[in-house]
Design a binder for this molecule. Structure first.
Ligand code: SR1
Length: 325
């Protein structure tokens, strides 16, 4: 470990141990988030210890205790169930370990919260829904309660329905697991078969949208359904832009940028520097029409055309190398 020239201690020497502890590892979003965290850690000569998520609250608690025993300087917690984390996170803070939370509400003034501006994300998606479909339609909605980003997006969906009496939610379903897309597809198939008048599905997580698209394809109804989502990946771009795809828009950040931001928030705290309590990476609306017109096929091509997909100015410092992608 050689450290970063011009960086404050302990980053001037390098090898600072930081843990990344995830609740979910499966799926494009979480893999890209981890890749971005690893790239930023490498640029700061951080010894990043990655603990894979298994959608298991007990395992995540255990991993936090393991990280404390490893003597890490900071822990980034990526998703999780707040009720099962409070006491172990407090143990870390009591030992002087810095903590950053991404998409899990730890409700502690000492813990900066990273999020993708989920209210704005859902709002942008639903504005596009109205632009394409008007404000009278039968909808399917994909939601699993208990995940902070999905709960925030759900608040916007609830308000949207109150403000648009012509929008009728005919079916609600969803599953978060290591097989989210295929399990959601099974549920979507049943919901769409029972409610053939559904013309719009709000699926604000790309694995949900992928599941609904699978169901629509199996049922042969891609021509009469429009799917609106959150998140983007190279695989998502291919699914959105392919001929006849019902997945017509998504609102997204580059998850790798969010991963990098999370590591910077941890590093700044370890260096004794100020970090805002709320750290937001703003999402961008991406429509099928816009992606096709710009001939964007990968997340890298998107990053070349949309600056927000390349980098974020959240929690930066002159000593933190920024060129990651
Ligand atoms: C189960 S929560 C899934 C969401 O977490 C991140 O915020 C991503 O945007 C994804 O939609």
């Amino acid at each position: 470990a050689g450290g970063v020239s011009g960086a404050p201690a302990p980053f001037d020497k390098g090898g600072v141990k930081i843990a990344l502890i995830s609740y979910i590892s499966a799926g494009d979003f979480f893999q890209a988030y981890q890749a971005g965290a690893e790239a930023q850690a490498k640029a700061l000569d951080i010894d990043l210890r990655v603990f894979p998520g298994r959608q298991d609250a007990a395992a995540q608690r255990e991993q936090i205790l393991q990280a404390i025993n490893l003597g890490v300087s900071a822990i980034v917690i990526d998703h999780g169930l707040p009720e099962s984390l409070g006491d172990v996170v407090q143990q870390a803070l009591d030992k002087g370990i810095k903590v950053v939370a991404f998409d899990v509400n730890l409700n502690n003034p000492k813990i900066p919260q990273v999020e993708q501006s989920d209210h704005e994300l859902a709002d942008l998606a639903l504005k596009q829904v109205v632009k394409d479909n008007g404000s009278s339609f039968k909808a399917g909605y994909v939601y699993v309660a208990g995940f902070a980003p999905l709960d925030r997006r759900n608040e916007v969906w609830d308000t949207f329905k109150k403000q648009n009496a012509g929008v009728v939610e005919k079916a609600r379903f969803g599953n978060v697991s290591d097989t989210t897309a295929t399990s959601t597809a099974d549920q979507a198939k049943a919901a769409l078969t029972a409610n053939p008048d559904i013309s719009v599905v709000f699926a604000p997580y790309d694995e949900f949208a992928r599941g609904v698209k699978l169901a629509a394809t199996d049922l042969g109804i891609t021509g009469k359904l429009k799917i609106y989502s959150a998140d983007v990946s190279t695989a998502d771009i291919q699914e959105i832009t392919e001929p006849g795809s019902p997945w017509v828009a998504t609102v997204a950040t580059n998850p790798a940028v969010v991963g990098a931001v999370s590591i910077r928030a941890a590093a700044l705290q370890v260096a004794g520097q100020e970090v805002p309590h709320q750290i937001t990476v703003k999402p961008t609306l991406l429509t099928q029409e816009g992606l096709r017109a710009a001939n964007v096929r990968t997340i890298e091509e998107l990053a070349k055309k949309v600056p927000a997909f390349n980098a974020s100015d959240a929690v930066t410092a002159s000593w933190i190398p920024e060129k990651l992608f």
